[in-house]
Design a binder for this molecule. Structure first.
Ligand code: DX5
Ligand code: ZN
Length: 218
């Protein structure tokens, strides 16, 4: 559909040149910022003050993907940092509905993310609390991994359940999204596409963004 959005992940960008790296993706819909705490995933990236600086410098809105334990306590800081959307992992939140409402009060759109092994059924009873469902298509932690094809039926089930309940919830896919996988994900019902290495390893990032967008909208 024409509501497909491309969110480049800056995880594999050059952090020493973060300003220019954000400018490279200015034609995308949002900058996907992967927050990792070295506990929920075995990698460590940005904290809230860095995210606040990215928000200030970025020409496009920031989509924060929190791969951190104890999301109930830490996620609100990323809404305060100015992220347009804050996505926390269901596996890391003890009161996901309360947290979603708190993030909305802090003016962020709210996403809930599922690791590959977490069934979509675990979220369906309260999916209406969220603006976006992030279905991980790799094990979270690193860029450059390959798309897990068995996530396609999960995307399909999620899209079907969301349409049956007449809700307006986006489905984001993250991990291994490229020219060769984006069409299948779009066909299964995803409409927000995170791509890190596919975009940052391209000679012309704007060109890659345009190509991915047109493949997703076909
Ligand atoms: C992985 C991150 C992704 C990652 C995607 O844990 O959530 O956003 O950067 O990178 P690619 O597109 O290279 O799989
Ligand atoms: Zn991510």
């Amino acid at each position: 559909t024409d509501t497909s959005l491309i969110h480049p992940s800056i995880l594999n960008s050059d952090f020493m040149a973060i300003g220019q790296e954000l400018d490279r993706i200015a034609t995308a819909d949002a900058a996907h910022v992967d927050v990792m705490d070295n506990h929920f995933v075995p990698n460590l990236t940005f904290g809230p003050s860095m995210v606040e600086q990215i928000v200030r410098r970025s020409p496009i809105p920031v989509d924060a993907h929190l791969m951190i334990e104890d999301a109930d306590r830490t996620a609100p800081e990323f809404a305060e940092a100015g992220a347009q959307s804050v996505t926390f992992h269901l596996e890391a939140a003890s009161a996901p509905i309360r947290l979603a409402r708190e993030l909305r009060r802090k003016n962020a759109a709210v996403g809930v993310a599922l690791r590959p092994a977490t069934p979509v059924e675990s979220i369906l009873d309260f999916i209406g609390e969220f603006d976006m469902l992030l279905i991980m298509t790799v094990e979270p932690g690193f860029g450059g991994q390959s798309f897990i094809d068995s996530m396609l039926p999960k995307i399909r089930r999620a899209r079907q359940a969301i349409s049956e309940s007449h809700l307006n919830v986006s489905i984001q896919v993250d991990g291994g999204v490229s020219r060769s996988t984006i069409e299948q994900a779009a066909d299964a019902g995803a409409n927000v596409f995170v791509a890190g290495s596919a975009i940052y390893s391209a000679a012309d990032a704007a060109d890659e963004i345009a190509t991915l967008r047109s493949l997703a909208r076909d």
